[in-house]
Design a protein around this ligand. Structure first.
Ligand SMILES: *Cc1c(COP(=O)(O)O)cnc(C)c1O
Length: 418
């Protein structure tokens, strides 16, 4: 359930008609519902109330400062994957003691900044990274809390680009080899082993892969405990899926119940890194119809938003529901909804049955709150769109549309070309 609904044939975000937002900030533009963001976080967090746990929202899913601030105020921690995300999280008022740092390629500078900030733990993805963390911690006289990201080799049955827990994946350390790396970590003077981490993929729509992964993690934790490692955290990553079209993902409660069951008897704090499930259906991309265009085979609706604004359909072939903001026409037609970018991959929908719309009509590309704006680019020298946060009957521009000058900021013409 979310707060984007038609009233009298017109689509609203909470108490605000989307038309009013388009009039004020123009299109394309991202729109988020504050009530939906907060509710999704709360439902997820409460699902784990039976056990010690920490929800670390995955910043890469949606990193707008106002969005991060919302979760920080509600008690959320954060999962970051770069120094830039650390900077954002701190700017948004995050508690560093609730930040975990994931990612395969942390640089020495990023590690230093995270250590200085005093984060909860590093999710370490290779023996080499362990050495670097140890060296950097030594230089600044710190002790780095670490978990190893292990790769449990379970198939999440999701899109290959967002599956991360298989043996052939670049992520993590294979679980069977990880015991040696744990022993090695223990020898390092500036590192403290505190946990075990995994993240098997994204947009998972069933519980069993999570349960399988946890079973394997559990075995590892038992072995580590038998060797007197003080494992305090199990981090199960993110990955819970959402409904884009007709998927039926488990509710957070179902997912939580399975994990809580799998943890029985282990005296640890569970860390979770949800991204998509919290923000995905809390946002949409508002775009305007520019032109109709027909060939012998196809009918195209050209809109003012493109793959540079929302790349998911182009990148993963993923489905995004599309709703006209104003329902005027009962008749439908089969169309491709395409953007202005000079790429054949620039589409939001293919062979989709949509109500007949005219130039100037607004369309809402639904479920765009996760991996939407954060993946936006300036390809074709298009300004990135603004982001709007709706709160009840009011709305705030939480990121302005880029101006033309923003598009060339930092570029220089060398003197000999002047
Ligand atoms: C991307 C990512 C997440 C969030 O994944 P979702 O599918 O959005 O929940 C969590 N942890 C790590 C390490 C990630 O890379």
């Amino acid at each position: 359930m979310h707060y984007f609904q038609h009233r009298d044939g017109e689509l609203f975000a909470e108490g605000v008609p989307l038309r009013a937002i388009a009039e004020r900030v123009g299109t394309p533009c991202y729109v988020y519902s504050l009530a939906t963001l907060r509710r999704h976080y709360q439902v997820f967090d409460e699902a784990f109330e039976a056990i010690p746990h920490l929800v670390c929202f995955s910043v890469k899913a949606n990193s707008n400062l106002a969005v991060l601030r919302t979760f920080a105020r509600d008690g959320s921690g954060f999962d970051i994957v770069s120094g830039g995300e650390l900077f954002r999280a701190m700017k948004a008022g995050a508690d560093p003691a609730k930040i975990v740092f994931s990612g395969v390629g942390k640089s020495a500078a990023e590690i230093r900044n995270a250590l200085t900030a005093g984060i909860l733990m590093f999710n370490v993805e290779s023996p080499g990274e362990l050495e670097t963390i140890n060296a950097v911690a030594g230089e600044i006289g710190a002790k780095a809390p670490v978990a190893l990201r292990v790769n449990p080799d379970v198939d999440p049955k999701t899109h290959p680009y967002i599956s991360t827990g298989l043996k052939k994946s670049k992520f993590g350390i294979h679980i069977q080899r990880s015991l040696d790396d744990y022993r090695r970590a223990r020898q390092l003077p500036h590192v403290e082993v505190v946990g075990v981490d995994c993240h098997i993929g994204s947009q998972l729509t069933t519980v069993p892969p999570f349960v399988d992964a946890l079973e394997r993690i559990r075995d590892l934790v038992m072995r580590l405990k038998a060797e007197d490692f003080n494992i305090r955290y199990i981090d199960m990553g993110g990955g819970l899926g959402i409904t884009y079209n007709d998927e039926k993902p488990p509710a957070p409660r179902q997912y939580a119940t399975a994990l809580v069951e799998g943890l029985r008897g282990l005296d640890v704090t569970l860390i979770l890194e949800p991204g998509r499930v919290i923000v995905g259906n809390a946002g949409l991309l508002l775009t305007k119809v520019l032109y109709h265009k027909s060939t012998d085979e196809k009918h195209f609706i050209v809109v003012d938003g493109g793959m540079n604004d929302l790349i998911r359909p182009a990148l993963y072939g993923s489905y995004q529901a599309i709703q006209p903001v104003r329902r005027t026409n009962a008749s439908t037609m089969i169309v491709d909804v395409v953007g202005p970018v000079c790429e054949s991959g620039d589409f939001f929908a293919k062979d989709r049955e949509l109500p007949v719309v005219e130039s100037g009509d607004l369309l809402a590309v639904m479920s765009a709150g996760a991996y939407g704006f954060v993946m936006a680019s300036n390809y074709n020298t298009r300004p990135r769109p603004p982001e709007v946060l709706v709160d009840g009957a009011t709305f705030h521009i939480v990121r302005e549309r880029e101006a033309l000058e923003d598009l060339v900021r930092g570029e220089r013409i060398p003197p000999e070309l002047r």
